[in-house]
Design a binder for this molecule. Sequence first.
Ligand SMILES: Cc1cc2nc3c(=O)[nH]c(=O)nc-3n(C[C@H](O)[C@H](O)[C@H](O)COP(=O)(O)OP(=O)(O)OC[C@H]3O[C@@H](n4cnc5c(N)ncnc54)[C@H](O)[C@@H]3O)c2cc1C
Length: 229
Amino acid sequence: MFSEHEVISNKVLNGKFNLIKLKSKNRDFKYKVGQFVTIKVKDNIFRCYSIASLPEELPFWDIFVDISPGGPGTTYLKSIKKGQVIKTLNPRGNFLLNKRLDNHIFAATGCGIAPFLPMIKELLKSKDKKIFFLWGLRFKKDIVLEDLLKSYAKANRNFSFKIILSKPEKDWKGETGHINNTISKIAKGFSYSNTGIYLSGSGEFIKESESLLLNEKFPLKRIFVEACY
Ligand SMILES: Cc1cc2nc3c(=O)[nH]c(=O)nc-3n(C[C@H](O)[C@H](O)[C@H](O)COP(=O)(O)OP(=O)(O)OC[C@H]3O[C@@H](n4cnc5c(N)ncnc54)[C@H](O)[C@@H]3O)c2cc1C
């Protein structure tokens, strides 16, 4: 029932996020881009984490973890070391890419970026998809992976991204506030009929953003959501 996976590395990206690389010991461990695994933390304690890498990288796969909550899940994941073995249930979830659409707007708060990492990589393979990624964080010190995002933008003119901070330090020169309103503004630049909007992160952010998008007559059937916390 459980799959076992060896910890290859547990990298501290900053004081908030860790990137954990795993190697599956189970040949049947398969997933679709956007799905999550349920990790066994202790007897009777389980936590879900989106898979942050592409299926073709198996048996290697990643999770991207916000270690700040400090409950059983993050305390465990913060402490795991190279060579240790973790147990998971099989991947599941319906937060999947709709690859038939031409335009994809991804909006995440915090660790909500995790399922978008492989989704964006997957879409970048076809040069004709328009991709916009919007990331809401609190502080400038929370920002990670900016170089990766910049390299995507440099290599592919159809990819762009924006990071917005809700509680920026004084020297922040970028945009400030919550990302909710910005999503509908960005959506207006795309043809609604051929655009998917993916929301991932806090439940409150998803509820508010969805309601703003519906007010702007964005079709509900092309809003895809995953609440992580
Ligand atoms: C489908 C799904 C996918 C998920 N994917 C990821 C992922 O890829 N990466 C990831 O880091 N987490 C992800 N989570 C959240 C994860 O499952 C845990 O809830 C989280 O790591 C906290 O677990 P904990 O045991 O440390 O804290 P808990 O004891 O479960 O929670 C402590 C408190 O922190 C709050 N909280 C939990 N997570 C956050 C957060 N990120 N920011 C602010 N407050 C939070 C909880 O609501 C609670 O009030 C996902 C959750 C779901 C349901």
